[in-house]
Design a binder for this molecule. Structure first.
Ligand SMILES: NC(=O)c1ccc[n+]([C@@H]2O[C@H](COP(=O)([O-])OP(=O)(O)OC[C@H]3O[C@@H](n4cnc5c(N)ncnc54)[C@H](OP(=O)(O)O)[C@@H]3O)[C@@H](O)[C@H]2O)c1
Length: 314
């Protein structure tokens, strides 16, 4: 595995990290989850990304990961970099969502209980809250670090100006933002205009999610296919379906043609293309099987993509 420094911090992250959004929930095969954590550690994929609401049902990914950690991987805790998040709807009532001090501190306490951990390595505010003063959210994050329940703070999906404001407040408190978590893939390049330059300016790390556009950039849906075991076919996931797959099919086919001409698997092309950006510290994949994890991890430490391939992608 190749590691990159996370902004100006002391932390190195693997070029490929493992996210547990949809692959460790209630319906997941726990033996496969255990095998994935084991294989990840063997490959040097030492960063595991969670959030309170990962599952489904919400909380079940943290519970599964916590059981596996306690049973099989406790001795390797210090070799692992574990994150969680709060800020999306998690529990009923008026405190179960967004960015208040109440929500963030209660949310992290619940996550630590589910994972049977004393602390996480990074705690994120999962999304900006338009109705809570930024000072309150940042104050809670700072206090969380000072309490020892998280070693570092991350922010997710913050628009550039708010991200800069938040970074300035965190710096002032001597709890600098470790990294920004954003969506970036060959089908969604919105972050290139402003978000990535802001990350560079703030000198934070940056970890990018849905690098394979939830599986579309593996080519598995090409030719109108809808594999029965796939995220798009899974009716418990509202984030990908046959219509969304169809909407991007033409562009994915173009990219598949470029990958085939270059002799590089499309999955690897998609991940190496993201790693071409030096602002990107790590690419956060959501593999569901050990085989998928191994294929994705193979994208780390590779030479830059050839110029003609980059030009063909555009
Ligand atoms: N901060 C945020 O708001 C936010 C939002 C979304 C995600 N995230 C984080 O980012 C992580 C990754 O997001 P993502 O799950 O959308 O990532 P992704 O890697 O783009 O998509 C994951 C899906 O791709 C398929 N896949 C992965 N590797 C494959 C391979 N080698 N061959 C074939 N199929 C492969 C699997 O699909 P099948 O299930 O079809 O086999 C898997 O479910 C999440 O787990 C989470 O930690 C954060």
């Amino acid at each position: 595995m190749t590691y990159r420094r996370c902004g100006r911090s002391g932390i190195l992250l693997p070029e490929i990290s493992l996210g547990l959004w949809h692959n460790f929930g209630g319906g997941a095969d726990e033996a496969e989850c255990r095998a994935m954590v084991g294989k990840a550690l063997e490959l040097g994929v030492c960063h595991f990304d969670l959030a309170d609401n990962y599952g489904p049902p919400p909380g079940s990914a943290e519970e599964c990961f916590g059981r596996l950690l306690k049973r099989d991987f406790a001795a390797q805790r210090d070799e692992m970099f574990i994150s969680t998040k709060a800020g999306h709807l998690m529990w009923p009532g008026v405190y179960g969502d967004w960015g208040s001090r109440k929500h963030l501190i209660s949310g992290l306490n619940q996550s630590l209980r589910r994972m049977q951990l004393d602390y996480v390595d990074v705690f994120y505010h999962h999304r900006p809250d338009p109705n809570t003063p930024l000072e309150e959210t940042i104050g809670a994050l700072v206090d969380i670090v000072r309490s020892g329940k998280a070693l570092y703070i991350g922010l997710s999906k913050y628009p550039p100006a708010l991200f800069q404001q938040a970074c300035a407040m965190l710096r002032e408190e001597k709890v600098p933002c470790l990294l920004h978590q954003i969506r970036y893939n060959l089908l969604d390049r919105a972050c290139e205009a402003e978000v990535l330059p802001t990350v560079a300016q703030e000198q934070t790390g940056c970890i990018v999610f849905s690098p394979l556009a939830q599986g579309m950039l593996t080519g598995k849906y090409l030719g109108g296919k809808l594999p029965s075991v796939s995220r798009a076919a899974d009716t418990s996931s509202v984030f990908l379906n046959a219509e969304k797959v169809q909407a991007d099919a033409e562009r994915v086919q173009q990219l598949q043609n470029i990958a085939s001409a270059a002799g590089i698997p499309l999955t690897e092309l998609a991940l190496r293309w993201l790693l071409r950006r030096e602002e990107v510290t790590s690419v956060l994949i959501g593999a569901r099987t050990v085989a998928q994890l191994e294929q994705c991890a193979a994208a780390a430490g590779q030479a830059p993509l050839p110029q003609d391939v980059l030009e063909a992608i555009g």
